[in-house]
Design a protein. Structure first.
Length: 162
């Protein structure tokens, strides 16, 4: 913990922010999915995961969304079935100006030993370089980002996962 002087001599306490690179390994513990190569994108407001075969369902009177994940880029295996309560729908404008309405779920993210809830939009990211994109909303007040560094939280060996 670090402290800084506030108004009228009061001290505010704040957590030390962890330094991360422009790409890091992330986990989605609610879906038991580990080692997703995530792009840290401060130019994006929201976060997105590659999802396919997305459909709405009702579970106990609550709207849910069911979908499948391929967490490894350019690979069809492993494949994970996921179900989560529907947190909403959001219109997202991509970098090329295209708008797309996406499902939004709330789930836990693990990055560098820290776990917290984030909003995650579901979309087809098959053609993109990363299956998981972490935007400003998910990263706010938690990390400092070094855009010239990668995997500051450590490397992972995917061979054990496949």
């Amino acid at each position: 913990m670090t402290t800084e002087a506030g108004e009228a001599g009061k001290r505010k306490t704040r957590k030390t922010k962890l330094l991360i690179g422009w790409r890091e390994w992330a986990d989605l513990p609610d879906f038991d999915v580990r080692n997703i190569n995530a792009k840290i994108d401060t130019g994006a407001k929201s976060s997105a995961i590659h999802a396919f075969r997305i459909r709405e369902s009702m579970v106990g009177g609550t709207e849910h969304v069911e979908f499948f994940l391929h967490p490894v880029q350019r690979r069809k295996k492993p494949e994970y079935f996921c179900r989560a309560p529907l947190a909403g729908r959001r219109v997202i404008r991509s970098s090329n100006g295209q708008e797309e309405e996406r499902y939004v779920i709330e789930t836990r993210l693990r990055l560098g030993g820290r776990i917290w809830k984030i909003d995650l939009t579901l979309t087809n990211r098959d053609a993109m370089g990363f299956r998981l994109l972490l935007g400003r909303d998910a990263l706010r007040r938690k990390f400092l980002i070094d855009p010239g560094a990668s995997y500051l939280l450590g490397q992972r060996d995917r061979k054990d996962e496949l």
